[in-house]
Design a protein around this ligand. Structure first.
Ligand code: FE
Length: 298
């Protein structure tokens, strides 16, 4: 079955776009693309033209999530499966594709989280000049595994997982259940990254997105990032290690007042030989250790 092969980009609507520029360089170490304009602040973190784009808006949330496929036939196949699942799909205009710096994409509103979802192929690559982090750090892990991961709120995690399996070809890696508080999370993969997408079940979510995770290339990238965020009072969950993807990470606030996670050492899986698993989130507070404050990350 044709599948998406990586989480490609995330669009963000921002009520205060101006705050994002210094934050992107000084905290995330991302480069601001010279192609940015008032409507699109393009942020670069690897050999892709950009991985994040911040657009002015009246609320703070994810505006769209882009999933990469190998080419036009894969894009059309997935579009047909989304339509077969009962969700309307729209082709991008040439102007929209140009704005995304991809050859082409199709779009639909994810019925599970209300976030516009885009299936694209042909991202613009940029090897020269090479990505140069704007804060002292070695860089980000994205090669073959994509931007990182996104976690979105959904009302029904089982339905969301079924939709992504049937339409986009992602597979469930594992579940985390916190039965005492009725919490349920689904983690899905589309490559060796343990999860590129996760669903946080919540009947009355504050927004569509819960957090976006970036993976630093070294443990020091997380450590120096933690210091930066601590000094700016942005930390929302302390350093810790997750039970399922084994990522060493912390969470911090972005200018939209929702969360990013900066991690290191994320587990790779063999997607061709994987069996679904689950974790009891009540053991060790949902993590191997640390992540104090994570229950308040919302
Ligand atoms: Fe995460």
């Amino acid at each position: 079955m044709t599948k998406v092969n990586q989480l490609g980009y995330v669009g963000i609507t921002a009520s205060d776009r101006d705050q994002w520029e210094p934050y992107a360089t000084d905290v995330l170490g991302h480069e601001i693309s010279p192609d940015s304009d008032p409507a699109n602040l393009y942020l670069r973190m690897d050999n892709y033209h950009h991985r994040l784009v911040v657009q002015p808006g009246d609320r703070d949330d994810a505006a769209f999530i882009g999933w990469e496929v190998s080419g036009p036939s894969a894009m059309e196949e997935i579009a047909a499966r989304v339509e077969a699942a009962g969700t309307g799909v729209k082709a991008a205009t040439p102007g929209e594709a140009e704005q995304r710096h991809v050859i082409d994409f199709v779009q639909f509103v994810d019925p599970n989280n209300g976030i516009r979802t885009e299936i694209y192929y042909g991202p613009e690559m940029l090897f020269t000049p090479a990505f140069l982090p704007r804060r002292p750090m070695s860089g980000y892990v994205t090669e073959g595994v994509g931007l990182g991961h996104v976690v979105t709120y959904v009302k029904d995690a089982d339905a969301a997982a079924r939709f992504y399996q049937a339409a986009l070809g992602l597979e469930v890696t594992d579940w985390v259940f916190v039965k005492a508080v009725g919490l349920k999370l689904a983690f899905l993969h589309c490559n060796q990254r343990h999860h590129s997408l996760a669903f946080f079940e919540n009947p009355s979510p504050p927004r569509g997105i819960h957090h976006v995770m970036f993976e630093g290339a070294t443990i020091d990238d997380v450590g120096t990032g933690f210091d930066l965020c601590r000094d700016r009072e942005l930390v929302t969950a302390q350093l810790g290690r997750h039970c399922n993807d084994r990522t060493f990470s912390f969470y911090f606030r972005n200018p939209g007042n929702w969360h990013f996670e900066l991690g290191w050492g994320s587990r790779l899986i063999d997607p061709d030989n994987w069996q679904v698993q689950y974790y009891d989130g009540m053991r060790a507070r949902g993590g191997e250790w640390g992540h104090d404050g994570i229950m308040n990350v919302s």
